[in-house]
Write a protein that binds this ligand. Sequence first.
Ligand code: AHR
Length: 633
Amino acid sequence: MKWETFASAALLAACAAAGTAQQPPRPAVLTIQVDKPVSPVSPTLYGLMTEEINYSYDGGLYAEMVRNRTFRADWSGLNDWLLLEKGDSAAAISLDQTTGPSDALPRSLKLEVQTADAHDPAGVLNDGYWGMELRPNTTYHGSFYAKSDGPDAVTASLVSNPTGRTLATATVTGIGGAWQQYTFVLKTGAIAAGPRNHLELTVARPGTLWLQLVSLFPPTYHDRANGNRIDLMEKLAAMHPSFLRFPGGNYLEGDRIADRFQWKKTIGPLVDRPGHPSPWHYFSTDGMGLLEYLEWCEDLKMQPVLAVYAGYSLMGQHVNPGADLDPYVQDALDELEYVTGSADTQWGAERAKDGHPQPFHLTYVEIGNEDWFDRSGSYDGRYAQFYKAIKAKYPDLQLIATAPVKSVQPDVLDEHYYLRATEFFHDATHYDKTDRKGPKIFVGEWATREGVPTPNFGAALGDAAWMTGLERNSDIIVMASYAPLFTNVNPGGLQWDTDLIGYNAEKSYGSPSYYAQVMFANHLGNETPASTLENGGAKFFYSVTHDSAKKKLYLKLVNAASAPQPIDIRFTGASLTASARLITLSAPDTQATNSIADPTNIVPVDSTVPTGAGVLHHTMPPYSIQVLVLDQK
Ligand code: AHR
C-alpha cells in the first residue's frame, strides 16, 4: 500500500473506532524556525557503551572460536573440552597444575595417550561458543602452545557435528619437549555455511601431550589478527558511533578488588594474559584487552571514553582515599600514558612494543563506575585524588564523575537510566530544566528494559522518546550510550535482559531499538532550531536538529500511541525542496520484535513525502518512529 493511502486509511479507521467518522483527530501543530538556532548539538552525542557481559567479547565480538582456550573457565579447567578416542585408541585428559607456557598460564591440558595410530587417533575436541560457524572457501588461522614426551605431530581438523565429515584439516609437526607455540591454517572448500561444527586436535602416537592457549580465528574485521567478528562490527559501523565507553560497567570494578579490570594484565602477547573472573559470572580470557579496545575505536573512528578503576568493587570493598589509593591512581596514570604517551615514554614504549607506536587521542576519562553504590562515602575523596593527579599531568583531559561530588567540580557527570517505556515517556523532558552551569552530562548507560533477550518495539518507542529529550538537551548532554550493547542469545548466554544486538555463532540481528539508534545517530545536526508544539498528544515526541553546513533539517517524530498521529509541520525562515526523505520504523504492536529466527521483522523503511507549500500535512502511523530529512533550497 502506498504511504498516503495507508495514512488516510489508518486515520479513517481511528476515527471510526473513536466514533467520530468524518472527523479525524485534530492535528498537532509543530512550528520550526529553521533560521533561529537556540542551542548547539553535541557532535559526540551518540556512542557505544561496552563491557564483558552476555558473552559480549568471548563468544561475541572477539572472534575467537575456541571456548575455554586457556583451561580456566571452571574449577576443572576442562569445561568445553572432551576426550576423543577414535576406534581402538585409548587416552585420558586432565588439568595439569604443574606446567604451562608462561607465568600467566602456568597450567595446561594433559592428554595421556596409551594407544593411538594414524587410523585410530586420540585427542580432544572443542565445541566452541555454542558451535563454530564455518563458511565455504574460507581460511581459519589456528595456533596452540604445546610440549610433548611422545607424539611429535598434532592434527587439527574442523569436523561437522551432524555428519562427522572433516571439513578442513592440517597437521603440525616437530612438537618437542619444551613449550613452544605452533600455528596452522585450516581452509574449507565448497561446504555449506553453518555453525554445527567443532575443532579436533588429535595425535597418532602414544605418549603425553600438553596443550595451552588453543586458538582459532575466522577472517576478522579489517583483517586484524586477534580481531573482531565482521558482522557485528558492520552493525556497529552502521550506527556511526562517535565514542566507545569501556571497559565497563561492572566489569571495570569486578566483584572484589582483586577481580577488577587490571589493564596491565590485558596487554602484550596472549600467552602473558592470565584472564580474570568477571562479575557477570564467567571467566574472561582478556583477549579483548586494552589495546584491542583502542583498535576497535580506531576501526570505527570512535573516540575512546576510558574508564579507570577508582577503588570501589561491586560487593562493597573500597580503597580509602589517601596513601592507600596512591597505587591505584598511579596505575591510572600509567594507563593514560599507555594510551596517549609517545613511544619514548615508559608505557608508550610498551604500546609500541605491542604493535601500536602511534598514540591514541583521548579526551574523556571516567573515574570509576556507578560509585553512588559505594555506601562508605569515599567517592568524593577518591574522585578528588584521581582528579588532581590526572589534571596535574593531563590538564586537557575531561574527567567524568560517576556520582555527584563536592570537593572538586567534575567536568562531566555520568548518569544511568534503566526504565520502562512509560517511564521514559514521562521522563523525556528530564533535562529540559537542568542547570546549565553545572557539569556537563554523560548518559553513560540507558535503555528501555522491555523484551528478552533484545528489546521489542514498545522498548524502541520508549528509547526514541527518550532520545528526543537527549537531542533537545545536547547542549549539556555531551554523550549518551545505550547499554548493554550485546548478547549471545544461546541459553546461558544472557546475564542481563534487553540488549541492543543479539547473535549466535552463525549470525546477528539488530533489535528495533538498534534501528531507532541507527536512525537517530545518522541524522544529527549541529544546532537545535527554535520550535513550538501545539496540541501534541501525551504519547507524541519530537526533536529537530539542523545541519547548517549541509543545509539539512532532521526531524525525529515518535508516535507511541495505538492511533495515527496527524501533524501539521510549519517551517519558517527557510525554503525547502519540494520533497523530503521519510524513514519509518513501525510495528503493529508494542510486543512485536526481531529475533535470531526473524532478524528483519522490524526495519526502517524509506519513502519520499511532498513538503507542501509552507505546511507539511503529515500523519504518523500508530506505534511509529520517523525521521524526516528535509533539504533547504
Ligand atoms: O549495563 C549493565 C550494568 O548496569 C552495568 O555493568 C552497570 O554499570 C549497570 O548497573
